[in-house]
Design a protein around this ligand. Sequence first.
Ligand code: NAD
Length: 359
Amino acid sequence: MQHNLARGPAKGGIRYHPSTDLDEVKALAMWMTWKCAVVGIPYGGAKGGVAVDPKRLSEAELERLTRRYASEIQIIIGPEKDIPAPDMGTDARIMAWIMDTYSMNQGYVVPGVVTGKPISVGGTRGRVDATGRGILYIAQEACRARGISLEGATVAVQGFGNVGSNAARLLRSQGCRLVAVSDVSGGVYNPKGLEWHELQSIIKEQGLSLSQAKGDFDHISNAELLELPVDILVPAALENQITARNAPRVRAKIIIEGANGPTTPEADLILHEKNVFVVPDILANAGGVVVSYFEWVQDLQSFFWEEEEVNLRLKRIMTRSFDEVYTLATREGVSMREAAYMLALRREEEALRYRGIFP
Ligand code: NAD
């Protein structure tokens, strides 16, 4: 599904999930349009989906499904047309199969047809922690805007997957006090601070969930984590986590939306009234698509960057985008979310107006 192509080729992930459907894919495609516009990268929005539970397929079945799907969408994707990437249920290996299927049908290697590939077939350095790193850069700016020192700031992170665990690690590395994290099973809390490496080893090496973990911390529920008195709260798991029911009890000063759609519109109004500084998803978690853009640029040039260069360029884009949204929000007296949408829509409208309609 391609939502808008006014600002460039379409960009968005491919989702393998049993409950995905056309409505979900349409909404996600539109989200990508605004996300790319707000950080000023030259793409429109797209999304793809297959209603399947990939965990129930063998590797051979997963490969056959992916190659058949890639063949079906072959006529609408391409480095100049639509560049898919991983989303829920898809990963670097699946992107490599899509790249290979497309390349075989073209008769030559086309690495720029998808992003999120393994580095050995044209992936970029810095992609794995890009979204978490983007959250760090946003946190630096949000703290500055709110007059809070990042060093020593208390942080709670909901979700300890790709986004949440990398955000937690990087915030910790900059001197934040990581007081709580959670996964689907529940959370752990220590107001004096948690050690990221300890948590990572519990999950990765011991294969335990956080509710089974033992250490210098208390166990809390996901609902309790969202209401902790912290400087920064990063919801990085699912949508609709902060609602009209729990928003009155949220005590965080800054919320940085790592997940897509973690705050409902009703909760947003309550948080705004409570003067909680909410950095919206389309800005806060755009680090992943920005580094996907870098991957595509590198593929087109066949010239690959060092990780420092990727991170430096990511920092520039995230910092500039935050400043643009913050300046607009301050000038117009609106929330960061309203300002982010205003900026994205203006960019979209300007592109459409300059292009006009042909024939
Ligand atoms: P992931 O699958 O790696 O991790 C998800 C984490 O959330 C896991 O720790 C899981 O245990 C936890 N979780 C699942 N259900 C939960 C629940 N009911 N309550 C609490 N925790 C729960 O996923 P991810 O890639 O880290 O993505 C997380 C969110 O960020 C999603 O909303 C995704 O759309 C969004 N996002 C991801 C990226 C990216 O680059 N990965 C980019 C932009 C946005």
